[in-house]
Write a protein that binds this ligand. Structure first.
Ligand code: HEC
Length: 137
């Protein structure tokens, strides 16, 4: 009986930890990302049109955006090193206004923000993403 109680307590604890890490991702998103990407991941208005300085507004991270087109490694890199460094490495000529967060947020925190963003995607987007990112046979 005692073991059973211990087991139940432990599994409850694991559940709480999982909930806590999802919450942390949401809270971190609210603090570091929402000012540009929107409290509801809706992005900035007219995000497809360049601004006068040649940079683009922050795109949405919800199903309307294109965040889900990219794999986790690329997104993590984008958040860590910022848009400009990643695009320069890829040889893409584009002026990015996406800041780097590697100095401010640990890799674990960046992953939890990414997990939060992914947790908001509907099933159809997750499936489309899986198909898109599946390596060719
Ligand atoms: C100062 C405004 C600003 C803040 C704060 C900001 N971003 Fe961005 N972000 C941008 C802009 C502008 C772009 C579009 C330019 C580009 O793609 O490089 C962008 C692009 C991105 C992209 C690539 C485009 C996409 O949808 O895949 C990702 C991923 C991203 N941001 C994630 C984040 C996350 C996560 C945070 C919080 C840790 C954050 N951003 C905070 C401005 C911001």
């Amino acid at each position: 009986m005692r073991q059973l109680i211990l087991l139940l307590a432990l599994s409850n604890f694991a559940g709480l930890c999982a909930a806590a890490s999802a919450e942390t991702g949401a809270a971190l998103y609210a603090r570091h990302c929402a000012s540009c990407h929107g409290a509801n991941l809706e992005g900035q208005p007219d995000w497809r049109s360049p601004k006068a300085d040649g940079t683009y507004p922050a795109p949405p991270h919800d199903a309307e955006g294109h965040t889900w087109h990219h794999d986790d490694a690329m997104l993590q890199d984008y958040m860590t090193r910022g848009g400009q460094a990643v695009l320069d490495d890829m040889g893409v000529s584009f002026r990015s206004a996406m800041p780097a967060f590697g100095e401010v947020l640990s890799p674990v925190k960046i992953t939890s923000i990414l997990d939060f963003i992914k947790s908001t995607w509907p099933d159809r987007i997750r499936q489309a993403r899986d198909e898109r990112l599946r390596p060719a046979p």
